[in-house]
Design a protein. Structure first.
Length: 385
């Protein structure tokens, strides 16, 4: 799994490297039998811990130089080991997510062992039947100390659980949970939730208690056309002319086979008209859409349209807008969830973009109140908005 993930990320241009703790262990000792993984073997346990710490040190050095994503490949079966890894990453200000692979299908387990483990460096030149039996005993040692990631105990831990090699998966949607709690504390009556048609907004909305849930195609993110999914750096290399044109006029520039901010404003007109008629609404959408809605409710005039694409909409932040007779009151609430900064300031024409602009798709929230009509806006940021 780690090799496939790394291969894919490198293929799309993200500098990624695997740090396999097993490789560090094999450098420290030539003992590979299942007994080495028995926790009652204190000497072996110390060697395994030292291997994990060495891998973390090398991983840290690599990320602090030219690395972008590091995969720490190890069993990490205990809560104590995961806490050690998480605290190390927090100390160095690394963003971290745990991927727990759970398999209870015996046919899948045996096929995986025969395909992967029997051919691993631990069993080079070893009879396949012996290797199979030895690894099954190793699994028994893992199982004896295994502490699965718990939805309650580890609720602050970013994680994804994958079951039986991808038959299904479970993600700990920390932001959605905190947004749901925030909205519950707001105590809004008859709350409606609107989302875009994109899965990340729909999944966020599923954890919000509401009287009605609607999906609006008009709330989808700005369409980047042929540049969809690309970073600014990639666009600059592949479409330098378009990159320069967009820097000169981001509001009116239209992506090839895509949209401009001007197009998006027109697309949002029916949404805005319907919002004006509503009371309590939680709107789950995206960064460019959030900018347009903020511009409308704060009455940004057409002469300042060039500023609209640069309105700062940070991830995991709630903007609560309360229109009064003379102005719209804007309150900002930062939810306590780690996130990258996806904002790109208005460039000086001719200035190159920042060196690293590989931003993951994430979500943030903006909450608007119109009279006593409240809209909470959740934005999934993408790469080139």
């Amino acid at each position: 799994m780690s090799r496939r993930l790394t291969r894919y990320l490198n293929w799309i241009g993200i500098n990624t490297r695997v740090f396999n703790v097993g490789d560090y262990r094999r450098r420290a000792t030539c003992i590979n039998s299942h007994d080495f993984f028995d926790d009652t073997n204190t000497e072996a346990a110390n060697i395994r811990m030292k291997a994990a710490q060495d891998a973390l040190c090398d991983l840290t050095e690599w990320l602090e130089n030219d690395g972008e994503i590091a995969v720490f490949d190890a069993t990490n079966t205990t809560r104590k080991r995961r806490e050690m890894i998480y605290e190390h990453c927090q100390k160095h200000k690394f963003k971290v997510i745990f991927v727990e692979s759970i398999c209870d299908n015996q046919d899948v387990i045996q096929a995986s062992i025969l395909e992967v483990k029997v051919n691993s460096p631990d069993y080079i030149g070893v009879d396949k039947d012996f290797a199979l039996q030895d690894f099954l005993k190793r699994i028994e040692h893992y199982a004896a100390r295994y502490e699965p990631i718990d939805d309650d105990i580890d609720k602050e831990l970013p994680y994804i659980k994958i079951f039986n090699q991808g038959q299904r998966y479970l993600a700990n949607r920390i932001f959605a949970q905190k947004l749901g709690k925030f909205m519950e504390n707001e105590g809004l009556d008859d709350l409606k939730v609107w989302t875009s048609h994109m899965r990340r907004t729909i999944e966020t909305g599923e954890l919000i208690k509401c009287s009605r849930l609607d999906h609006w195609k008009a709330l989808d993110e700005l369409d980047a056309g042929v540049c969809e999914g690309m970073t600014y750096e990639e666009i600059q290399k592949k479409y330098p002319f378009d990159f320069a044109r967009r820097d000169m006029d981001k509001f009116h520039y239209r992506y090839p086979m895509g949209e401009s901010y001007e197009d998006l404003v027109a697309r949002l007109e029916p949404v805005i008209m319907e919002l004006e008629r509503q009371h309590h609404v939680l709107v789950i959408c995206h960064q460019a859409v959030a900018r347009c809605l903020l511009a409308y409710f704060t009455e940004m005039d057409k002469g300042r349209s060039f500023e609209l694409p640069y309105i700062r909409v940070p991830l995991h932040t709630v903007f609560k807008l309360t229109p009064t007779a003379y102005r719209c009151i804007v309150e900002t609430v930062k939810l306590d969830v780690d996130a990258v900064d996806t904002h790109r300031d208005k460039p000086v024409v001719g200035r190159p973009p920042p060196a690293k602009l590989h931003q993951p798709i994430q979500s943030s929230a903006c909450c608007f109140s119109i009279g006593w009509f409240r809209v909470v806006h959740v934005c999934g940021s993408s790469r080139c908005r």
